[in-house]
Design a binder for this molecule. Structure first.
Ligand SMILES: *[C@@H]1O[C@H](CO)[C@@H](O)[C@H](O)[C@H]1NC(C)=O
Ligand SMILES: *[C@@H]1O[C@H](CO)[C@@H](O)[C@H](O)[C@H]1NC(C)=O
Length: 387
């Protein structure tokens, strides 16, 4: 990757976007995964994050280079403690040392607002790992309390949507029976400490699992008739909202009707294996572009219209070293050289009161043949989203 070229594209995008995104910067977050050996330096990533109007970034670790590069940018961070840390974080001294070094050291210049402890732990079906989850979360929280940081930094974990046994209709959403004891304890922790419940939700998995029956328009936020949940009479015109409402229903059934739910990952791959239906640049562009437009309207789901979903798109880059099917390496909005994998298609028409063709030129100026690169972590398939 040539730095000058990268820098040039980034500047073009940045200057256009400063004009394009005045009202779109509200609540888009982006996952910055780094399972790759060809990504640009964190300093070069700052303008890319800004170019898509993202104000929040989620890391899977607490990469000091990234946290320093984003100092004084106003961008908020969720940092991660991988599953391999759960065991040792139960030791209060180790938890405190970690928080000091990885969070406190960057405050207040870099706004770290949340630590997520463990990724999709419960759906690994590993009892030891699951048993360690809450104690590790508690220990990290206690460290924050001791350091006087618990008011500004919350502690949570990210779940796969596969923690649901039933996801359709949304009103029937329910957690897997065998996870309820463990989940209940973490839910109580969220309530006591005021931290959000994070869920990774991928309508793509539902489509891939059942391309003949799942309506592509419904999963891609395209115009469609939608479906009505007979129990609530609520109308759904996209699968993501149906999935999120299934989570709300599952939480409500355990007595947590008000818990904040944030979408820690969602996205669509631009490339996949032959048996991965729907993984195309056009579909990825529709999914992510429509999602970002929808978020700019700041509406919640049919069940909780006023909630702020805090959606984190997966992901910033294609990540060439992710294992698994080809789709796993192709969730990125950007190639490692900083050029878009596809035009996001956010036109100025989405911005009230303006009309230019600059939006189109974001894509046109920099679109190039895409090369395999890549993206995400959460690829456990969802248990049940049958449409
Ligand atoms: C975990 O267990 C559930 C329920 O028994 C099963 O459906 C799922 O496939 C398992 N997941 C893994 C990753 O083994
Ligand atoms: C912008 O406005 C002009 C006229 O004011 C109109 O002809 C054109 O179609 C509009 N462009 C878009 C992309 O809507």
């Amino acid at each position: 990757m040539g730095f000058p070229r990268f820098f040039c594209y980034a500047s073009i995008i940045l200057s256009i976007s400063a004009y394009l995104f005045p009202i779109m910067v509200n609540s888009i977050g982006i996952n910055y995964g780094q399972i790759a050996n060809n990504l640009p330096s964190p300093e070069d990533v700052v303008p890319l994050v800004k170019s898509i109007g993202a104000t929040k970034v989620k890391l899977y670790d607490a990469d000091p280079g990234v946290l320093s590069a984003f100092a004084n940018t106003g961008v908020e961070f969720i940092v991660g403690l991988g599953n391999e840390y759960l065991d040792r974080m139960q030791d209060p001294a180790k938890a405190e040392a970690w928080v000091k070094q990885n969070v406190q050291a960057h405050l207040p210049a870099t706004k770290v607002t949340c630590i997520f402890v463990g990724n999709e732990v419960l759906t690994f079906n590993d009892t030891t790992l699951s048993d360690n989850l809450l104690p590790a979360m508690q220990s990290v929280h206690t460290a924050l309390v001791n350091l006087g940081l618990d008011k500004q930094v919350t502690v949570t974990t990210a779940h796969s949507l596969a923690i649901l046994e039933t996801s359709y209709p949304p009103s029937a959403g329910a957690f897997r029976e065998d996870l309820i004891d463990c989940l209940s304890e973490t839910l109580s922790f969220h309530q006591k400490t005021g931290s959000p419940f994070l869920i990774n939700a991928y309508p793509y998995f539902a489509y891939k699992g059942n391309p003949k029956q799942v309506s592509l328009d419904f999963v891609l936020f395209q115009p469609n008739q939608g479906v009505i949940d007979q129990a609530t009479n609520l109308h759904y015109d996209n699968m993501l909202y149906a999935q999120i409402d299934a989570v709300y229903s599952a939480l409500a059934s355990l007595g947590y009707k008000k818990l904040a739910v944030h979408i820690s990952e969602t996205g669509w791959p631009s490339k996949g294996d032959e048996d991965e239906a729907g993984a195309t640049p056009d579909n990825a562009k529709k999914y992510n572009g429509n999602l970002i437009k929808l978020m700019s309207k700041k509406t919640g789901t049919p069940m909780r219209p006023n909630s702020d979903l805090n959606i984190y798109v997966f992901a910033l880059f294609n990540e060439n070293m992710k294992p698994g099917p080809t789709s796993e390496r192709n969730y990125g909005l950007f190639k490692p050289d900083g050029t878009p994998v596809y035009p996001l298609g956010i036109s100025t028409n989405d911005v009230v009161g303006s009309n230019t063709t600059a939006g189109g030129s974001i894509g046109n100026a920099v679109t190039q043949p895409s090369s395999p690169t890549s993206s995400s972590t959460g690829y456990l398939s969802i248990s049940s989203a049958n449409f």
